[in-house]
Design a protein around this ligand. Structure first.
Ligand SMILES: Nc1ncnc2c1ncn2[C@@H]1O[C@H](COP(=O)(O)OP(=O)(O)OP(=O)(O)O)[C@@H](O)[C@H]1O
Length: 247
């Protein structure tokens, strides 16, 4: 279980020597349970990506805690096998010197698999994200944006974590590939109990995959609702956002 307890975050504004700070997250509290898919929805600048970085232990909260099974996510040992991530900016997530095969071998080798099993798994992961085995030898600069994004998704899935945080990582894919990736994630959820935190502007993708949706407004949790109850959101902010996303 991932527990976010009274998390607040400030950033410095106005240059290196400025003392001025702006609060971008205010007392965020929620829990994510294993196997769940939670959508994080909010207008631009509401703090979604900042929250994502705190969930992944990339940055630390200034106040409050983010814990996975009771242990802080800032500790790398807590994250291994538990949380991984796919970002919209796939270029910064890929090592330019690694072939696709090497990028996928890295998480697999941590699972102490047999060599032949790892090779089979690489082909199967590539196939699941709609890439054929010939992509194994390609370097990131030889991939299109959508292909690179799919390799990042395959890499995150390869680690078989309990939870993958997607920060706008699926909405950038083309229609048919997006559907294929959403189906893969749905399969992983149903067959292996993998769970996701899905930061997105894409309400249809969220409705397809997610169990609950959390609305962020100016760094605060405005409302958390079951996806089945999306039509009955209470706050005018959530109503307005949904209307904007659907039209
Ligand atoms: N490293 C940083 N230093 C200073 N301010 C930052 C930093 N990262 C984010 N911010 C500010 O924090 C606020 C929240 O940003 P964040 O990227 O988390 O929002 P978001 O909801 O993900 O937006 P978007 O949907 O546009 O990606 C914004 O005002 C942003 O300018």
């Amino acid at each position: 279980m991932l527990s976010v307890d009274r998390v607040s975050k400030w950033y410095r504004v106005g240059g290196l020597f400025s003392q001025e700070r702006k609060q971008v997250l205010h007392d965020i509290c929620f829990e994510w349970k294993p196997g769940e898919c939670l959508a994080v929805i909010g207008e631009s600048g509401s703090g979604k990506s900042t929250l994502g970085r705190l969930l992944l232990g990339i940055e630390k909260p200034d106040r409050g805690t983010v814990r996975f099974n009771g242990k802080s996510v800032s500790d790398r040992k807590t994250r291994i096998g538990n949380v991984s991530a796919v970002f919209q900016d796939y270029t910064s997530s890929m090592n330019p010197y690694y072939t696709v095969e090497k990028a996928l071998l890295e998480p697999l080798s941590m699972q102490r698999r047999e060599r032949s099993d790892m090779q089979r798994k690489i082909d199967s992961l590539l196939c699941q994200v709609g890439l054929n085995p010939s992509y194994r030898d390609k370097y990131p600069h030889e991939l299109s944006g959508g292909e690179a994004q799919r390799v990042c998704i395959a890499r995150a899935v390869a680690a078989e974590p309990s939870c993958i945080v997607f920060d706008e990582a699926v909405s950038s894919l083309d229609g048919s590939v997006q559907i294929q990736v959403l189906e893969l994630l749905n399969d992983l959820k149903n067959s292996f109990g993998m769970g996701f935190i899905f930061i997105t502007h894409d309400i249809e993708a969220a409705a397809y995959l997610c169990d609950r949706a959390m609305f962020l407004r100016s760094g605060r949790v405005e409302e958390i609702v079951s996806v089945k109850e999306l039509k009955n959101v209470q706050s005018s902010y959530a109503k307005k956002l949904l209307q904007m996303m659907i039209t």
